[in-house]
Write a protein that binds this ligand. Structure first.
Ligand SMILES: Cc1ncc(COP(=O)(O)O)c(C=O)c1O
Length: 372
């Protein structure tokens, strides 16, 4: 919670939370769309938008998803309050408290918090830095544990940044089908590939498999809109009901505004601009870490998204480093947050979605000094 709260403090250089600086977001276009829908659809905007959510937004999401295969329709989509709620609803739809859920190791810490709060057991399966979840380890886990669901971030994972090759995605889907285990895919970074290619989704590759697809516009349009979605496959009715139970509905104005940004083509234009910016920001931050940090430091080579996973010399305790760094006005995400069992003690995650300036460079040299 200290890390989460630090994200609200403008006096701190934010390298911890994976939240883009507003300079990377299309804030003007978002503000205009919000103002326009609030004015032109005043009465509709004031009411509940009951699950599954605004039809025009679901149509636009389904259209974009269909471009990566699968023939998704608006009826398949349930609008949620961000990807975090999407993950929570997906897990609640297919598990009971006490169940075992296979996750990547390292995994996005928000997912681990959701698992913990639902009384689920996270079973960590090692993730390869280029290919994602190790399938031999997953197959081995199936022999020993009654795994009830598997959650992966196949495209530009957080924190490793890999993009699972299609052959690997297909093999994962096949392995899960063999054991009757549903796959929850989190595609929140899928639109942010550095080579401008939109990678496939597991749902697109295998429309008939038991897959629940979760995503949001938090990494692209604005996290504060809190608009995400679930393409729920065979679990749609249950997820619609769970969405209603947890928050009745997601706010109406942001749903209508996002629908407009998608329909007008503004979203695609923004993506074309920002992917290159993230590629440069990640590469620049990686170079700076290698320049300032001591020997023995290694950095990931993400293929998309905007976070770097940094391995520090083995003697470093990243929790202690994070505490000292926060006192000096810099927030970082310590490695053990990304594990359910305290792994990655000498790792940190850095968010690179910051405008490069003196303050940022100073923050990195401060961190490097603390590591030394
Ligand atoms: C992999 C991953 N999934 C989900 C989320 C949560 O997204 P949202 O802000 O849309 O709830 C994040 C945010 O950091 C994330 O990195």
């Amino acid at each position: 919670m200290a890390l989460i709260k630090a994200a609200n403090d403008p006096g701190i250089v934010q390298l911890g939370a994976a939240v883009p600086d507003p300079d990377y977001l299309p804030t003007q276009a978002v503000a205009r769309a919000v103002a326009r829908v609030a004015r032109l659809q005043r009465t509709r905007a004031a009411g509940y938008m009951m699950p599954p959510g605004a039809p025009e937004l679901r149509r636009q999401i389904a259209r974009r998803m269909s471009e990566t295969g699968g023939g998704i329709s608006a009826e398949d989509i349930v609008i949620t309050t961000g990807c975090q709620e999407a993950l929570s609803l997906a897990l609640r739809a297919v598990t009971q408290p006490g169940d075992v859920v296979a996750v990547e190791s390292p995994a996005f810490y928000g997912l681990l918090h959701v698992l913990e709060s639902l009384g689920l057991e996270a079973l960590e399966i090692p993730a390869h830095p280029h290919e994602g979840m190790a399938l031999d380890a997953l197959a081995f886990a199936f022999e020993r544990w009654p795994v009830k669901a598997c959650v992966v971030v196949p495209n530009f994972s957080n924190p490793l940044g890999f993009c699972m090759p299609d052959t690997h995605k297909r093999a994962l889907i096949g392995l899960l089908a063999k054991h009757g285990v549903p796959l929850i895919e989190d595609d929140v970074y899928g639109d942010l590939g550095f080579d401008h290619r939109r990678p496939s989704t597991c749902m697109g590759l295998a429309p008939d498999a038991d897959i629940i697809h979760c995503s949001s516009f938090s990494k692209t349009l604005a996290p504060g809109l809190r608009i995400g979605w679930v393409a729920a496959g065979r679990h749609r009715e249950r997820i619609e009901y769970l969405k209603y139970v947890s928050s009745i509905a997601s706010p109406t104005v942001p749903q209508l505004a996002v629908a407009e940004l998608l329909e007008s083509g503004r979203y695609e234009r923004y993506l074309r601009e920002v992917r290159g910016k993230y590629a440069s920001a990640v590469s620049r931050m990686g170079d700076a870490v290698m320049k300032y940090f001591p020997e023995g430091t290694r950095v990931s080579q993400p293929q998309g998204g905007f976070v770097l996973w940094v391995e520090l010399p083995g003697t470093i305790d990243s929790f202690e480093l994070a505490r000292h760094a926060l006192k000096q006005g810099v927030s970082i995400a310590p490695g053990p947050l990304f594990s359910a069992s305290g792994k990655f003690r000498n790792f940190i995650r850095l968010s690179c979605a910051r405008v490069w300036d003196e303050r940022l460079e100073r923050a990195l040299t401060t961190l490097a000094g603390l590591v030394r």
